[in-house]
Write a protein that binds this ligand. Sequence first.
Ligand SMILES: Cc1ncc(COP(=O)(O)O)c(C=O)c1O
Length: 402
Amino acid sequence: MMVNQRLDLLTDYPFQRLRDLLGDAPAGGPKRAEPISMALGEPQLGAPPLLMQALTAAAGDFGRYPAVNGTPGLRRAIAEWLDRRYGLGAGQGIDPDLEVIPLNGTREGLFALAQIAVPAVRAATRPLVLTPNPFYQCYLGAATMAGAETRLIPAIRESGFLPDLDSLDAETLSRAALMYLCSPGNPQGAIADRAYLTRAVDLAKANDFVLALDECYAEIYDEAPPVGGLEVAAATPDRFRNVVVFHSLSKRSSAPGLRSGFMAGDPEMVKRFAKLRSFGGAPLPGPIAAASEALWRDEAHVEETRRHYRALFDLADDILGNRPGYYRPAGGFFVWLDVGDGAAFAHRAWTEAGVRVLPGGYLAREEPDGSNPGERYVRLALVQDHATTGEALKRLAALMDS
Ligand SMILES: Cc1ncc(COP(=O)(O)O)c(C=O)c1O
C-alpha cells in the first residue's frame, strides 16, 4: 500500500515511550498508597463554572455549522484580551477579523502553520524549520509532515534554557521558512525577555521567515507577566508581518478538554490558515466559541490559577529546593529536574516510589554530536492538588537521597 513515509520519520510520542519504558512493572511506593502521575501536563484544577454556564446557554448552536474563522464575538474577546494584556491599544490594536483566528486547541494551529509556511519546493536544499531542543513535539511533527528539514537549536542551561539566537549562521537563516519558539518554555519554564524577542522578531523580518511564538503558558508565571511577541512586533514599522503567536485556554483556564486556543498576528498567515481549514479542518463549534469568549473575558479565575501554581512551587522549593538539580522556573508548571539519567530515574520513580514522571530525553532529539540535551532531566508536571503534589515530591526527594 502506498503511504506517506514522512510519518515513519517520527518516533513514538513521549507518553508511548514512557509506557514502553515502564512496561508491566508494578508501581512501588508506600504500602496501599495510590500511584501519582506527574507525567502529563494536564491541569487538574478544574475549569471555572462560567465555562459550563456559557456552553449550555449557547447549546442551540450545535444545530448550526460554525463559520470557518469562528464567531465575531470570540474574535473580539480575544482581540480585546490581547490589547489589555499586551498594551496593544492606541492605534496599534489587533484587527479581530483579519489578525485573529480561534483554534481547536493550539496544537491544531502550530501544526497547520508549518503546512502553510514551508514552501513546497523540490530543491537540493530543503527549507528549514528551526525549533528549540527540547521542544513541544508538535513542532517536529509539523515540520516533518511539511517536508522541511528540522534544525534543532539547543535550549540548555548554558543558554538560559532558550535557543541561542546568535548561534544561527547565515546559511541557516537564509534557508529558514519557520522558527518555533516557546515562552514560557515547555519543559524548562524559561521566559524570553524583551531584548530576546526583539532579536527574534528582527531575524524573522530580516530573513523573511515566519516566527511562531508559542505562548501557551503566558498566563502561568511566577513574578512578572512575560512579554509577548505581538507587543514587540507592534513597535516595528510593518507590525505583525512574519510574526504569529499562539495562546491556549488549556492551561490559562484549566480546560484542556475544551480544545480552544487562537493564533494571532500576520494577516497573511491567518488568511492562509482559514483557507486550509475550509478544505480539511474543523471550525470551532458555536457553544465552544461562546464558552471560550466567556473565559477570555474573565481574569478572576486566572489570578486564582496563578496563586495555585505559585503555592505548588513554594512546596517544591521546600521539598526539593536544596538539591543541586532543582530550580524554580519563571513560568509554566513544570519542574525540569536534573537527575543525571532521566530514563533510569523515571523507571525508579515508578517502581520504587509510585510516581510517574517523564524522562527529559523523550522531549528532545540528539544533537549532531550525539548528545541529547534532555537526557539528564525528568519533567515533573505540578498539576495535581496541593496534598497530592506534596506527597509525590516527598517520595521523589526520598528517592533522590537514597
Ligand atoms: C508548549 C505547548 N504548546 C502547545 C500546547 C498545546 O496546547 P493545546 O491544548 O491548546 O492544544 C501544549 C500542551 O501541552 C504545550 O505544552
